[in-house]
Structures are given as C-alpha cells and as structure tokens.
Design a protein around this ligand. Structure first.
Ligand SMILES: [Fe+2]
Ligand SMILES: [Fe+2]
Length: 135
C-alpha cells in the first residue's frame, strides 16, 4: 500500500499544480516502497536527488507565481519550501554517510511535510491564483 494516498483534499483545481504535486507524492511513495523492500542505500540517494529536483522545480514555479502577484505570505511560504529542500539535503548526506538509522521514519517525515504544506500553504495560494484565472 502506498504511504500517501492521493486525497481529494489535495486537489487544488489547477491541473498543472495538481500534476506536479502528484509527481512528488508518487516519488515519496516509490521511495517508501524502496525502503520497505530494503534496497541498497545508493538507490535511496538517487531517489532523494530526483525528489529534490522535482520539488525545487515545483517550488520555483510557485514562488514565481507568488512574486508576480505580490503575494503577502510569500516569505513564509518560501521559508517552508526551503525547509524541505534543506531537510532533503541533510537526508542525502545522512544516507550517504550511513548515519540515518531509521529511513522509514524519514519517509514518514516527508509524508507529514507534504500533507501539512499542501493544506496550510498551497491551498490558500492556489485558491487565490485560481480565482484570478476565473476573472
Ligand atoms: Fe505546491
Ligand atoms: Fe508550496
């Protein structure tokens, strides 16, 4: 079973954003499967790199959207993006150095981050952007 099941509450009604969110969730799920099947750590680092690249691309997209609209919560939202990117970087180093004891807990931290970020940061942003699109 996937760690994160796609929920209707994740859907923001903006296809490009929803597709990017699904892509990141798919990667977290695949990572979770890898950990469950106890594959080698080297494969996990590659996965974390893919997730980092995918997240960085999506975050840049959202941040451009926020800047162009002078979004009031831009700095707060951007700081949360940066927190995840920093955490992914730390995870990569820890896995590479054999310092991460509980990789399953790592995938659960990623799960928490995505669920909370989607609800608290992305939903208000994309509701606003979507209402602009409709005007
Ligand atoms: Fe997002
Ligand atoms: Fe975001």
């Amino acid at each position: 079973m996937a760690l994160i099941e796609w929920k209707s509450e994740f859907s923001l009604g903006v296809p490009l954003v929803d597709n990017e969110h699904r892509e990141m969730i798919d990667l977290v799920n695949q990572l979770h499967q890898k950990v469950k099947s106890q594959e080698q750590d080297a494969g996990i680092v590659d996965f974390l790199e893919d997730l980092y690249a995918c997240a960085a691309k999506h975050f840049a997209h959202e941040e451009l959207m926020m800047q162009s609209r002078r979004y009031s919560a831009f700095e707060h939202h951007q700081a949360d993006h940066q927190r995840l990117l920093n955490e992914l970087t730390s995870m990569m180093f820890e896995v590479q150095d054999g310092m991460l004891n509980n990789i399953e807990a790592m995938t659960e931290r990623l799960y928490d981050w995505f669920c909370i970020h989607f609800k608290t940061h992305d939903a208000p942003l994309h509701r606003l952007v979507h209402s602009f699109i409709k005007l």
